[in-house]
Design a protein around this ligand. Sequence first.
Ligand SMILES: *Cc1c(COP(=O)(O)O)cnc(C)c1O
Ligand code: SF4
Length: 341
Amino acid sequence: MITPNRVGAQPTDPRSPSGRWQQLWREAVTDPLELLRLLGLENQAERLLPVRDTGFATRVPRGYIARMRPGDPADPLLLQVLPVAAELLESPGFVTDAVGDMAARSAHGVLQKYQGRALLIATGSCAVNCRFCFRRHFPYADETAAANRWQAAIAAVVADAGVSEVILSGGDPLSLSTPKLTELTDGLAAAPHVRRLRIHTRLPVVLPERVDAALQGWLGSLSQQKVLVLHVNHPNELDGATAEACRRLREAGVTLLNQSVLLRGVNDAADVLSELSERLLEQGVLPYYLHQLDRVQGVAHFEVDDERALALVETLRERLPGYLVPRLVREIPGEASKSPV
Ligand SMILES: *Cc1c(COP(=O)(O)O)cnc(C)c1O
Ligand code: SF4
């Protein structure tokens, strides 16, 4: 299991010049009671927080909190980040490695499950800790690809001509400094078979300031095609700041997609999901996946059953153009791809 300090740690030098986003990172709220106070919900503390230690730290950037509705204990952004007692319940079928990650490890911090794609667990750090996260139990401390200047990961990719796409995941890969990311892409110059670099990140949403000039410059300089998969679950997560971050990413030649997780009480309503698709498109992002939750310990209270999930997507299909309907999938260990529900 991830220890609270480990996940919250900022892995880069706080004195480095790219400064502003790292400053905002450090100012994130890490005390659930402070989070409630900022929203005028201190009267909910008793009900929402019978436990302080769920083994997975609280971490929420202040800009993300600013998008929550004050006074609303059911706010869909708050529910994604506030620790609650339900996380401590043991539920049958909910395990610590639900997606078989440990079995797919091909080198230090590298997972190869699907043909042509190598996924690098770049780092264990995230700017936000999402309560439903399927990697809340992953032993990041021993397993990040960025360790030792990415040596093992680069060697694995260089040696395998079958890899045409390198996927940066984590944790959140954009929590690494831009110089650290540049180290990786410099190393990938020795692997001309890699045609695409894909980045799975929540940072442009939860800390849009991360998309600064240095990041834009790095992305713009890459020879590979660039795909960035955002992770937005609710339309309220998108505002002017995220629109600006997306504009900068597109300007750097990046194709933008989004994946969501279907979460009970957060986005399990057709109106919410269709508004999400519309808002994403307004910011230049196409919906990609809608994930059924990975069944890891501590997230059972977020689960939506398949029948309901299918009905929701059917409603989207009736209401929206086809390109705004995400694919409903789940990850089944051992399968050759994500599996349609
Ligand atoms: C999800 C995943 C991918 C990417 O799958 P796509 O269907 O291409 O989005 C690649 N590697 C691993 C290990 C994954 O878990
Ligand atoms: S869902 Fe993404 S951003 Fe949230 S904690 Fe998990 S890896 Fe980090």
